[in-house]
Design a protein around this ligand. Structure first.
Ligand code: GTP
Length: 374
């Protein structure tokens, strides 16, 4: 016989909460990890934006040197023009990268201003370059170029210095963030684990209390309350499905004599042996309970009168043939049984039970050790 319990609502809520907390912890961890990665990759892109154009300074210097030697070289003029076209683009890229990464504007403003001034000077330089192509001397161009090269060199070097110190700070922040994430996840998982353990314990205790309130301590069978819970449910099911439901009420014969002759503990032992025999003789779906004293009952769902009679006769026979060794007392044991099967005019389980109880009374009055069917 299986005692069945519904999971209490608190347990389901607790389980839902711990699952939710676990999912939130994992989601927060993933989010923070992604933020960390994003910060790292944004910074890497910005460093590349600053380091790449530093080459422009060197290129500018070498191109100017070449101009000194051959200012009319058309291929050199084209290369120079191309370089002057690229410098403002990179300056825009750096400006955008700095604003996107939200670096403190004050620290970068002077370098950015210097780069903006370079941007403003470049159209004039390109105009001078056009005049050289038309045969003008390169002196003015070289002078302007040197000024721009100086500005670029200073701005880039200042920027890369600032970015590297920013990188050192960011690395510390990122490392702390990573430790923070790990600690947060650990704490949440510990809390979730602790809560789970607590809930499991509570659930276990709740189950135990329920079991105690529904179980007969001596025999381990369900008690009267337990069988009534089941019976109401089975009776309603039967009314819907139309399948038969039988009940047998059993009472040991002259059990008082066992107690009187061999003592109460021996009587208890006999009751246990009797309960085990009952369980042996019924199906798993049947419900066996001790109603009190030496009175028991067996509920047999989906069992008609004929099938039920077979079961109770088997029980009666088994009890009557229990050996002295099995019983622990040198006395024979018999049982009287009243059997009833639900019919359509049974309006409630109580009515069905009363019929079985009446049949039991008849079994007793007719001489005991027998089955009477109502
Ligand atoms: N050992 C033991 N005895 C119990 C327990 N519960 C009830 N009894 C005893 O069971 C006996 C029942 O006696 P009666 O009601 O006279 O019934 P009976 O002697 O079986 O006689 P009939 O039912 O008429 O055949 C009493 O002596 C109770 O004390 C129990 O848990 N353990």
């Amino acid at each position: 016989m299986n005692l069945r319990f519904n999971r209490p609502l608190g347990w389901q809520l607790g389980l839902g909460f711990t699952l939710l907390a676990g999912i939130c912890a994992i989601a927060a961890g993933i989010y923070l990890y992604q933020v960390r990665q994003q910060l790292g990759s944004n910074y890497t892109a910005l460093v590349a934006d600053v380091i790449r154009p530093q080459l422009h300074t060197a290129l500018l210097r070498s191109t100017l040197n070449e101009f000194r030697e051959d200012p009319q070289d058309s291929e050199l003029i084209e290369r120079f023009d191309n370089l002057l076209w690229r410098i403002p683009q990179h300056i825009e890229g750096i400006s955008f990268g700095l604003s996107k990464n939200r670096f403190a504007p004050a620290e970068y403003r002077s370098s950015l201003n210097r780069l903006r001034r370079v941007e403003e000077k470049i159209p004039h330089l390109r105009q001078t370059l056009g005049e050289i192509a038309a045969g003008a001397p390169p002196d003015d161009l070289i002078q302007q170029g040197i000024a721009i090269e100086n500005d670029l060199a200073q701005a880039y070097s200042r920027l890369s210095h600032l970015l590297h110190s920013e990188a050192a700070k960011q690395r510390i922040v990122m490392d702390r963030l990573a430790i923070g994430i790990a600690v947060l996840i650990l704490v949440i998982l510990l809390l979730v684990g602790g809560l789970m353990l607590l809930l499991m314990r509570l659930h276990h205790q709740h189950k135990k209390v329920l079991q105690l309130s529904l179980m007969d301590e001596l025999t381990g069978l369900g008690n009267r309350r337990y069988v009534l819970n089941f019976a109401e449910r089975l009776f309603e099911q039967r009314q819907r499905s139309g399948l038969p439901l039988s009940i047998a009420v059993l009472d040991l014969d002259h059990f008082k004599r066992v107690n009187d002759d061999f003592g109460h503990p021996a009587g208890d032992q006999v009751l246990k042996v009797f309960a085990d025999s009952l369980l042996d003789e019924v199906r798993k779906a049947d419900v066996v309970a001790r109603l009190g004293g030496e009175e028991f009952c067996v509920l047999m769902p989906e069992t008609d009168a004929e099938g039920a009679l077979e079961v109770v006769e088997r029980i009666r026979h088994r009890v009557a043939t229990l050996s002295h060794q099995e019983l622990g007392v040198p006395v024979g044991l018999t049982v009287s049984l009243g059997l009833a099967t639900a019919v359509n005019h049974d309006a409630s389980f109580d009515q069905l039970y009363s019929r079985a109880d009446r049949a039991l009374y008849q079994a007793k009055t007719q001489g005991r050790n027998r089955v009477v069917v109502d």
